[in-house]
Design a protein around this ligand. Structure first.
Ligand SMILES: NCc1[nH]cc(CCC(=O)O)c1CC(=O)O
Length: 313
């Protein structure tokens, strides 16, 4: 491989391409003479579009092919939405860089209603995320929640077709695709606790590739990395698989790390919440101890039911 070239394995969805181009631009701005190339790939997750993710193997489907390309040295890095990165990495690969987080919140998107509160009884809301579903169902048990999959553009198309009265998407994804104008309200964490890593872009590479590590170093954002570390430690301790009703969100406020988390029954009938404050250096321990508190307060039973029961339609 040429000394001045770095290859990014990327999916070809508009969001994945935006994220890959973002990293390319930042790397080229940091390193004069470096040429960053995109290596576009198709993953199984891109091919299977009409089945709920929980039934076909979950989010891991979107990263396996990219990781294989790294292991076979057909690419040097893979760029991911941190939200979609499974907790475990294949032998020899790891996440070495987390870029500065964008808006982590969920967005309420509708063509007819200005807010969640304004939705009439029985309105149809689209989301395939159990995390969004359980929080919606808790505050508005009257709503009808229907599965919604596909790229951000596909999902908006289904809203515009009239299949849904409203849908929930990540603010960050809409912003990246220049679709911020579609957001009616960004939901505060109190109303829709974000997913682990939501809004942050992470970079995976071979653990022994010191040249790439050095090139990536200036892109790492320490505050974001600490927040996401606490969130991921929480999910890992819960053994949160791919499709889970778990929210996990950390903030750094005046030097203090504040982690909030929830586990909910998909129908919103039960919800276990907790929070912890501590030193940023203890991010991982904070996540683990909060997870243990939730497990002891009922999360264990909720998660067992979700994993053994039928995946939601
Ligand atoms: N599950 C797909 C996905 N993965 C990351 C984002 C948004 C960008 C981000 O959170 O970094 C989205 C779209 C969405 O949830 O609306």
């Amino acid at each position: 491989m040429l000394d001045n070239v770095l290859r990014i394995a990327t999916r070809q969805s508009p969001l994945a391409l935006w994220q890959a181009h973002y990293v390319k631009q930042r790397l080229e701005a940091c390193h004069a003479g470096l040429r960053v190339e995109l290596v576009p790939m198709v993953t199984r997750g891109d091919v299977i579009l009409d089945t709920p993710l929980a039934k076909v193997g979950g989010k891991g489907l979107f990263v396996k092919e990219l990781e294989l390309a790294l292991l076979e040295d057909r690419a040097d890095i893979a760029v991911h939405s941190m939200k979609d990165v499974p907790v475990d990495f294949p032998e020899g690969l790891g996440l070495v860089t987390i870029c500065e987080r964008d808006d982590p919140r969920d967005a309420f998107v509708s063509n007819h209603y200005d807010s969640l509160e304004a939705l009439p009884q029985g309105s149809i809301v689209g989301t395939s995320s159990l995390r969004r579903q359980c929080q919606l169902a808790e505050s508005r048990p009257d709503l009808v929640i229907r599965s919604l999959r596909g790229n951000v553009g596909t999902r908006l198309g289904k809203l515009d077709n009239g299949e849904y009265d409203a849908i929930i998407l990540a603010v960050a994804g809409l912003k990246r695709l220049d679709l911020e104008s579609r957001i009616k309200v960004a939901l505060p964490p109190e109303q829709s606790l974000p997913a682990v890593g939501q809004g942050a872009v992470g970079i995976e590479c071979r653990l022994d590739d010191t040249r790439t590590h050095a090139l990536l170093a200036p892109l790492n954002h320490l505050e974001t990395a600490i927040r996401v570390q606490a969130e991921r430690a929480m999910n890992t301790r819960l053994e949160g698989g791919c499709q889970v009703p778990i929210g996990s969100y950390a903030e750094l406020i005046d030097g203090e790390l504040w982690l909030r988390a929830l586990v909910g029954a998909p129908d919103g009938s039960q919800m276990v919440r907790g929070e912890r404050r501590g030193h940023p250096q203890d991010a991982e321990q904070l996540g683990i101890s909060l997870a243990e508190e939730l497990l002891n307060n009922g999360a264990r039973e909720i998660l067992a039911e979700v994993y053994n029961g039928e995946p939601p339609a």
